[in-house]
Write a protein that binds this ligand. Structure first.
Ligand code: S3P
Length: 443
C-alpha cells in the first residue's frame, strides 16, 4: 500500500491512540503463565500483538477475543506450555520474538521461530547468549538470526548477567526464563530500560527487586517458579504511537491537539521531554493510574521549535521516537544533535540510515557522525518534500515520513505503508481527523 501525505495547516482536536504495544505483548504472554483466566482490555490489535496471540495458541494456550480490544487468556502456569506442532511466526515483532524465546527457554521441547524479512535480519544473539548460559540450545542462521530452533530445558540454571545493552527486550527475555529456573536470576543493564515486565510480574505475584546503582545501571532480580495470579489488565495508550500526533502538532504553528490517556511512565517519555526542551507547549492533564501505569491527557500547542541536544543517556526512554523527532528537528530553528543512537541500527530497519537518507531526499540537511544523528533545522521553513520513501517494513519510518508530508512544501509518498498496521491500526483516520491530509494512492 502507498500512502501520500500532502501539506496541511495547523492541527486541532482530541484523539486517543491504540493500546501500548509493549504492555499488550506482555499482558498476553504473562497471562499465559498464570493458572486460570486473565482478562485484558484495551489490547493493541496490531499485527505484532496478534502474532504473539497466535504463537501462544500454537503453544496450547486458549486465547479469545470477546470484544474490541477485549481478550481472555486461559493461562497454563509457569512451565505449562505445550510443544507447538508448527513454526512460530512472530511477524515483524522483535519484542514478540525475543520475549517468546525467554518464555520457551524453560520448556523441555524444541520449537522453531521465524518472522518477516525485517525480523529475520535482526540480531537474536543478544537474547540467545544469556539464555544459552541458562542451558538453552539454539540452532539458528548465521549471525544468530531467525529462523532458529530453540531447544528448551526444564532444568534452567539461574544466572547473573551483565547485559551490554540497555534493552527491555533482553532484560525481559532473561527475567521470563528466570521465572522458570530454580533460584534467583539477576540481570544488570547499563541504563534503565522500560520496566513494564517488572511491574506486571510483581503485580501477578512474582518476587521482583530492582536497584539503580550510582553509575546509573539497573539490576533486576527475579525468584523462579512462583505461582502467578491471573489478572485483569487495562492497557493504557501507547506513548510511542502518541508521538506522531504530538510531534505533528508541536511543529505546526497554531495547532492545539489533545491526546487522551497516554502512558507517561518516565521510562517512556523522553520524546515529550525533548520536545519541551525545544520549546513545544506540552501540558499533562488528568494524571491518573490505569492498570498500574500513570496516564495523562497531553495538551499540545504548536509553535516555534529550537534545535536540541539529546544526550545518549536519554535514548532508552525514547528509543522508538527518534524517527519522528528527526522529522520535526528538520524544521527547528538551529541544529539538533541526537547522541548515541547505535541501537537504532538494529530496529525494524536501520533507522539511523533510513532516516538520514529519507530526510536528505526530502531536502533536509542531515549528517551521521559515528552514532549521532545531526539535523540542521530550516528555521521554520518547510523542506522540499515531493519524494517517495520506502518504509522498509518499518512502521515508524512510514508514519514519520507521513508526518513529514504534512509539513513539507510538496507531498511525501510512503511505499510499504501497510507496515503501520503492526502498531497503529487507524493511524490515517485519526491523523486526518486532526487535520492532516493522508490518502491512499494507486501503485
Ligand atoms: C520494547 C523495547 C524496545 C523497543 C521496542 C519495544 C519492549 O526495544 O524498541 O519497540 O517492549 O520491550 P529494545 O528493548 O531492544 O531497545
Amino acid at each position: 500500500m502507498q500512502l501520500r501525505a500532502a501539506p496541511c495547516g495547523a492541527l486541532a482536536g482530541t484523539v486517543r491512540v491504540p493500546g501500548d504495544k509493549s504492555i499488550s505483548h506482555r499482558s498476553l504472554m504473562f497471562s499465559a503463565m498464570a493458572v486460570g483466566e486473565s482478562r485484558i482490555e484495551g489490547l493493541l490489535e496490531g499485527e505484532d500483538v496478534l502474532a504473539t496471540a497466535h504463537a501462544l495458541e500454537k503453544l496450547g494456550v486458549e486465547v479469545a477475543r470477546t470484544g474490541e480490544g477485549a481478550w481472555t487468556v486461559h493461562g497454563v502456569g509457569v512451565g505449562g506450555l505445550a510443544e507447538p506442532a508448527d513454526v512460530l511466526d512472530m511477524g515483524n515483532a522483535g519484542t514478540g520474538a525475543r520475549l517468546m524465546m525467554g518464555l520457551l527457554a524453560g520448556h523441555s521441547f524444541t520449537s522453531v521461530m521465524t518472522g518477516d524479512r525485517s525480523l529475520r535480519s535482526r540480531p537474536m544473539g543478544r537474547v540467545m547468549t544469556p539464555l544459552a548460559k541458562m542451558g538453552v540450545g539454539f540452532v539458528g542462521r548465521s549471525g544468530n538470526r531467525l529462523p532458529a530452533a530453540i531447544v528448551g530445558t526444564r532444568e534452567l540454571l539461574p544466572i547473573t548477567y551483565q547485559s551490554p545493552v540497555a534493552s527491555a527486550q533482553v532484560k525481559s527475555a532473561i527475567l521470563l526464563a528466570g521465572l522458570h529456573a530454580q533460584g534467583i536470576t539477576t540481570v544488570t543493564e547499563p541504563l534503565p530500560s522500560r520496566d513494564h515486565t517488572e511491574r506486571m510480574l510483581a503485580h501477578m505475584g512474582a518476587t521482583v527487586t530492582s536497584e539503580t546503582a550510582p553509575d546509573g545501571s539497573l539490576t533486576v532480580s527475579i525468584t523462579g517458579r512462583p505461582e502467578l495470579r491471573p489478572s485483569s489488565f487495562l492497557v493504557p495508550s501507547d506513548p510511542s504511537s502518541a508521538a506522531f500526533p504530538v510531534a505533528a502538532a508541536a511543529v505546526a504553528e497554531g495547532s492545539r491537539v489533545v491526546v487522551e490517556g497516554v502512558c507517561v511512565n518516565p521510562l517512556r517519555t523522553g520524546l515529550f521531554t525533548t520536545l519541551m526542551e525545544m520549546g513545544a507547549g506540552i501540558m499533562e492533564q488528568n494524571r491518573r493510574t490505569v492498570g498500574g501505569e500513570t496516564v495523562a491527557d497531553l495538551v499540545v500547542r504548536g509553535g516555534r521549535l529550537e534545535g536540541v541536544e539529546v544526550p545518549a543517556g536519554r535514548a532508552p526512554s525514547m528509543i522508538d521516537e527518534y524517527p519522528v523527532l528527526s522529522v520535526v528537528a528538520a524544521l527547528a530553528h538551529g541544529t539538533s544533535r541526537m547522541r548515541g543512537l547505535s541501537e537504532l541500527r538494529v530496529k525494524e530497519s536501520d533507522r539511523l540510515a533510513t532516516m538520514a537518507e529519507g530526510l536528505a531526499a526530502c531536502g533536509a540537511a542531515v549528517e551521521i557522525e559515528g552514532d549521532d544523528l545531526i539535523v540542521h533545522g530550516t528555521g521554520g521553513r518547510p523542506v522540499r518534500g515531493g519524494v517517495t520513501i520506502d518504509a522498509k517494513l518499518d512502521h515508524r519510518i512510514a508514519m514519520s515520513f507521513l508526518v513529514m508530508g504534512g509539513i513539507a512544501r510538496e507531498p511525501v509518498t510512503v511505499l510499504g505503508a501497510e507496515a503501520i498496521l503492526t502498531s497503529f491500526p487507524g493511524f490515517v483516520e485519526r491523523m486526518n481527523a486532526l487535520g492532516t491530509s493522508i490518502a491512499e494512492v494507486a501503485a
